[in-house]
Design a protein around this ligand. Structure first.
Ligand SMILES: C[S@@+](CC[C@H](N)C(=O)[O-])C[C@H]1O[C@@H](n2cnc3c(N)ncnc32)[C@H](O)[C@@H]1O
Length: 230
């Protein structure tokens, strides 16, 4: 396991771990929010003639990012709130898992430029995330504010940073402005999109990623975000 600390040693702005989330997250104690974009459970075959237009799907499968994740990592005793992205096929299990929080909302990222893929299904023009919270950690944003809505419309964005599922900055910025508290953890950090949004929102960030290549990208991106906001 590698640990990278950025900022003062007694109050770091970011602490980044290269290692296994299931081992490391339980050792980190309470966070204001766990914000995660874990591996989706995806039926990666099919899509007919559109399949060859999706080379990123091959990378996604090669990295094992179609196999889902263990939802025990979402623990209402260990965080004030949790934001968790999920594929359609994971929603029933995810909604059951967040019942341990005080309340939750099912939120939608509506892609303004969805994949041209609809063989025997709807086009993948929406992705879901659940925002679940305990007392004192409810969604932030003025009531008159457009931010306090459970839907964001934004483009899917091109694949970035040599990662098949990097989340767009505007999506993560909106989400981060809804999150209560200062200490944010992303146990499936990827290239660090949650971390960049957290730093830009003036929060502190703890991230975990087991793929060394993506970990290095996250270190560089989050380091740059810290410099940019200094
Ligand atoms: C869906 S991607 C996250 C992408 C990220 N939101 C971004 O914008 O770059 C999930 C990430 O979790 C990582 N991952 C999967 N299983 C893991 C584990 N057990 N421990 C740590 N990281 C893991 C994968 O390598 C992948 O980069």
């Amino acid at each position: 396991m590698t640990v990278m600390t950025i900022g003062p040693i007694d109050a770091p702005i970011a602490v980044l771990y290269c290692g296994d989330a299931y081992v490391i997250r339980p050792t980190l104690g309470f966070m204001d929010a766990d914000v995660m974009d874990p591996p989706y459970l995806i039926r990666a075959s099919g899509a007919g003639r559109y399949r060859k237009r999706r080379p990123m799907m091959d990378i996604l499968m090669a990295e094992g990012l179609h196999r889902g994740f263990d939802m025990d990592i979402i623990d209402p005793r260990r965080c004030g709130s949790a934001i968790v992205f999920a594929h359609n096929d994971q929603l029933v299990q995810l909604l059951a898992r967040v019942q341990g929080f005080n309340r939750h909302a099912l939120c939608v990222w509506q892609k303004t430029n969805p994949q041209p893929l609809a063989n025997k299904h709807y086009r993948p023009d929406v992705e879901f995330y659940v925002h679940a919270w305990n007392r004192g950690y409810h969604p932030q944003g003025d009531m008159s504010d457009k931010l306090r809505v459970s839907r964001i419309g934004s483009p899917r964005g091109a694949a970035r940073f040599d990662h098949p599922t990097t989340k767009p900055d505007d999506l993560m910025t909106k989400i981060m402005r809804n999150v209560a508290g200062e200490r944010i953890c992303d146990p499936f950090m990827g290239t660090g999109s949650t971390g960049v949004a957290a730093i830009r929102a003036g929060k502190r960030f703890v991230g975990i990623e087991h793929n060394p290549k993506h970990f290095e990208t996250a270190v560089a991106r989050i380091g740059a975000a810290i410099e940019e906001t200094a």
